[in-house]
Ligand binder design. Structure first.
Ligand SMILES: Cc1ncc(COP(=O)(O)O)c(C=O)c1O
Length: 395
């Protein structure tokens, strides 16, 4: 397999060795279905039980408040639809408040709910992608059943003031004598941010294992005790009736180990990544005319550099990088034939010409200074070539 310089850690991360080691027995000899009554099954049930307790300890919550899911997207769908429908059924209302820079898992879940009589208020962000806690609280009304704001943006890396948002919403809910759960999509936060529930003040949180060195196909949903919830899976009674389906035992075990590792080592992660991030950003902005960092200059993930190169084209730059064995991203997948700018960049008011030529470079502690140097040595020409090509084809 060819070795690439991997600068796409926001997309996915390599499985941690400790997670792999912990998983292996459950992929091989200890393969029992945890719902069984015999010894082999009990081994699996015990492994899930221990993983749940470990995750709860890491997040500072009760083990019963943890639901293991199939991925971040599933956790988010379950949180948003499960709470919205339960609240609607209880006659609590039909209104959801979220921001306009959320991941599609959140936005499309809200779109789906609109088919069932829900309304969504999208709170705008500022030029850095920051959500204002007061604006979120002000958007809450007597019919609001759920608030969902992401902890950190997957494209531009801006970190949202989640503790302030939770506090503002809870205060407003209290004044209206309502229960309004606050959900956060914390998928991008596990490597560098403190996920303890008491710190964030949220009622519901979604995580995805493959973003923090866990396996793909595994997610976590934290749900505070007493949160209204209607399961979105029909089937067996696994996960205390909240997520039917035979459990991914190895995935759950790997998830718990990886989350522990990620949270235990997050300070070291920041210490390594933040200087690298500054160096890459400063060098690019200095060396390439018209390069602009997107997202908040300070309140941002330490491993995210998201830059606009006005007049260049994301696809052309990414394919030139790929030819040099450098894996990076534009931050948002562009699937349609008619190009549309990312909704995140649009929400931040970034002009089309700057939104069309972006690179998202996301790294981890294993990336080296040499790799950064190599990127910095090839990027000016790649941007210049893309600008020249785009200029020529526009004529
Ligand atoms: C912020 C955010 N939320 C949700 C998801 C979806 O996670 P998963 O790939 O596990 O479904 C992603 C994945 O990129 C993400 O970055």
């Amino acid at each position: 397999m060819k070795t690439e310089i991997y600068f796409d850690h926001a997309a996915t991360t390599k499985l941690r060795s400790k997670a792999l080691d912990a998983m292996l027995p459950y992929l091989q000899d200890s393969f029992g279905n945890p719902s069984g009554t015999y010894a082999l099954a009990r081994q699996s049930a015990k492994a899930i039980d221990e993983a749940r307790r470990s995750v709860a300890k890491t997040l500072g919550c009760r083990p019963q408040e943890i639901v293991f899911t199939g991925h971040g997207t599933e956790s988010i769908n379950a949180a948003i639809k499960g709470i919205a429908f339960a609240q609607q059924q209880a006659g609590m209302g039909n209104h959801i408040v979220t921001s306009n820079i959320e991941h599609h898992a959140v936005q499309h879940s809200c779109d789906y709910l609109e088919k069932f009589g829900f309304e969504t208020t999208y709170v705008p962000v500022d030029e850095y992608g920051l959500v204002d806690p007061a604006a979120v609280a002000n958007a809450v009304n007597e019919r609001t059943v759920l608030v969902s704001v992401m902890l950190a943006n997957n494209e531009v890396g801006t970190i949202e003031p989640m503790a302030e948002i939770s506090a503002a919403v809870h205060e407003r809910a209290l004044s209206m004598r309502r229960q309004i759960p606050v959900h956060t999509d914390a998928v991008q936060g596990a490597n560098s941010l403190d996920l303890r529930i008491e710190k964030l003040g949220v009622d519901v949180m979604s995580l995805s294992a493959h973003k923090f060195g866990g396996p793909k196909g595994a997610g976590i949903l934290y749900m505070r005790r007493g949160t209204p919830f209607l399961s979105q899976e029909s089937g067996g009674g696994q996960e205390r009736q909240r997520r039917a389906g035979t459990e991914n035992v190895a995935g759950i075990v790997g998830t718990s180990v990886a989350l522990h590792e990620a949270q235990a080592n997050r300070e070291a992660y920041v210490e390594v990544c933040a200087p690298l991030s500054r160096r890459i950003t400063d060098s690019i902005v200095e060396a390439i005319p018209g390069a602009i960092l997107n997202g908040h200059p300070k309140e941002r993930l330490p491993n995210n550099v998201h830059i606009s190169f006005e007049g260049a084209e994301s696809d052309a730059m990414l394919s030139a990088l790929d030819k040099l064995d450098i894996a990076a991203s534009a931050g948002s997948a562009c699937t349609s034939a008619t190009w549309e700018p990312s909704h995140v960049l649009t929400a931040m008011g970034i002009p089309l010409r700057a939104a069309a030529g972006v690179l998202r470079i996301t790294f981890g502690p294993e990336n080296t200074d040499d790799e950064a140097d190599y990127l910095l040595s090839v990027l000016p020409k790649i941007v210049a070539d893309s600008r020249a090509d785009a200029g020529a084809s526009a004529k």
